[in-house]
Design a protein around this ligand. Structure first.
Ligand code: SAH
Length: 345
C-alpha cells in the first residue's frame, strides 16, 4: 500500500484528482498530517466520511513506533524507531541554544564503508522512503511535545545515495503547509557523491551542504573513506564550488580529528590551501573511536591548535560540541539495530 507521507503537496494533489476529488483536499490532508499530526484518517474531520474511507483503502499512514528511548546527561535523546517491516533505525534529538536539532537517518545501514564510522561493517538493507524520514521528525516531536527547528542528515546512511527520497522529504519538511522548517535550517551531510552534489546544486532548495572531508590528500582520504577512490578531492572541491555558485547556499566542511593521522599543523596548512577563497565553514569534530577501529581521538590541545591555525589563516572553524556520547549518540556512533531486542545486527 502507498504511504500518504511519501507525497509532496503537488503529488498529493495529483493523487486526489486521480481519485476524482478536488485538489484543495490535499491541502486539508497536509494540514492534518503535518500541523495537527493526526495518526488516523478518521481524525480528519473536515473531510467527508466517504473520503476518509476512500483514503483509508488507498493509503497507509505508516506511523513509526518508538521502541526505545535513551536520554543523555546533556539532554540529548536517542530513539530507536520501528519501521514496521522488521527494520529499525536510530534518530537523535539534540538541544542547542538556538533550538532543537534532529539528526535523521536516511538508510537502514550504509554502503560507504568509512573506516572510522560505527555504521560500517553492518550489511546495508535498504533506503528509507520520504515518508519514513518525515516520520522520524513527527515521532520525536510528538514524544517531546516540542517543535523541531533544525534537521541534519547525519544519522545512519548516505543521503545522496537515496537522492530522490531525501529531496522529497526535504520538500515536505520545508513546505510552509508541511512541517515548515526553513531550508537554511536543513543540512545534508555527504561523504562526497560528486554527481549528486551537481544535481543538488540545481534543486531550488538553499539547504546547507556538509561535506565529510576529514583529510586533505587523496592518499589519506582514500585510506579513511573508500568513496574517495571514485571521487577524489579535486573533483569534490570542484563540485562544491559549483554548489556555492548557485545562489543562497552554504557549505560546511566536516573534519574529524584523529590522533597522529590528520591533526598536525601541516594538515591544517593543506586545508587552508584547499579551501582558499571558498565561502565556507569548517566543523572540527573530535573523532569518536569505534570498537576495533584504528583511530583515536586527538587531544583537545591539538584540536584547539588546529582551529586557531585555520582561523588565523582566513578559514572560519569551530569545534563541534560533543553531545550524547554517554548514550552512544554522538557523531558516527549510530548503528542499525535489530527490532526486537534493540541489539546490533
Ligand atoms: N553519510 C553521510 C552522513 C552520515 S555520517 C556523511 O558521510 O556525511 C555524519 C557525520 O559523522 C559525517 O561527517 C561523518 O564523517 C561523521 N562521522 C562518522 N563517524 C564518525 C566518528 N567515529 N567520529 C566523528 N565523526 C564521525
Amino acid at each position: 500500500m502507498k504511504n500518504i507521507k511519501d507525497y509532496t503537496l503537488e503529488e498529493l494533489k495529483e493523487q486526489l484528482v486521480q481519485m476524482g476529488e478536488k485538489p484543495f483536499r490535499a491541502e486539508q490532508i497536509f494540514a492534518w498530517l503535518y500541523v495537527e499530526k493526526v495518526k488516523e484518517f478518521e481524525e480528519m474531520t473536515n473531510l467527508s466520511k466517504e473520503l476518509r474511507e476512500k483514503l483509508q483503502k488507498e493509503f497507509t499512514m505508516c506511523n513509526v513506533k518508538i521502541l526505545q528511548k535513551q536520554e543523555s546527561v546533556d539532554g540529548t535523546k536517542k530513539y530507536l524507531l520501528d519501521l514496521l517491516d522488521g527494520n529499525a533505525i536510530e534518530t537523535v534529538l539534540m538541544q542547542y541554544h538556538y533550538g532543537k536539532t534532529i539528526c535523521v537517518s536516511s538508510q537502514v545501514g550504509c554502503k560507504m564503508g568509512c573506516k572510522f564510522c560505527a555504521s560500517t561493517g553492518i550489511p546495508f538493507v535498504r533506503s528509507l522512503s520520504a515518508g519514513e524520514i518525515i516520520e522520524e521528525i513527527i515521532a520525536v516531536e510528538q514524544d517531546t511535545g516540542e517543535r523541531i527547528s533544525n534537521v541534519v542528515f547525519m544519522g545512519i546512511g548516505e543521503p545522496l545515495d537515496n537522492y530522490d527520497n531525501v529531496i522529497k522529504a526535504i520538500r515536505i519538511m520545508n513546505h510552509p503547509k508541511g512541517l515548515n522548517i526553513g531550508a537554511r535550517h536543513i543540512s545534508i551531510s555527504t561523504s562526497g557523491l560528486v554527481p549528486n552534489i551537481y544535481r543538488l546544486a540545481k534543486e531550488n532548495i538553499p539547504c546547507t551542504l556538509s561535506i565529510s572531508l576529514h583529510a586533505t590528500s587523496n592518499e589519506k582520504r582514500s585510506s579513511m573513506m573508500p568513496v574517495n577512490n571514485a571521487y577524489p578531492i579535486e573533483e569534490l572541491i570542484k563540485a562544491c564550488k559549483d554548489y556555492l555558485k548557485e545562489g543562497g547556499k552554504r557549505i560546511s566542511f566536516e573534519y574529524a580529528l584523529a590522533k597522529d593521522n590528520n591533526d598536525a599543523i601541516g594538515d591544517a596548512k593543506q586545508l587552508v590551501e584547499l579551501l582558499k577563497g571558498m565561502l565556507c565553514h569548517v566543523n572540527l569534530i573530535p573523532i569518536n573511536p569505534i570498537q576495533n577501529g584504528k583511530y583515536d581521538k586527538s587531544s583537545m590541545e591539538n584540536i584547539i591548535r588546529f582551529r586557531d591555525y585555520l582561523n588565523e589563516h582566513g578559514i572560519v572553524a569551530t569545534i563541534r560540541r560533543e553531545l550524547g556520547s554517554d548514550i552512544d549518540a554522538a557523531c558516527g556512533q549510530l548503528r542499525r539495530k535489530n527490532l526486537n531486542k534493540g541489539e546490533e545486527k
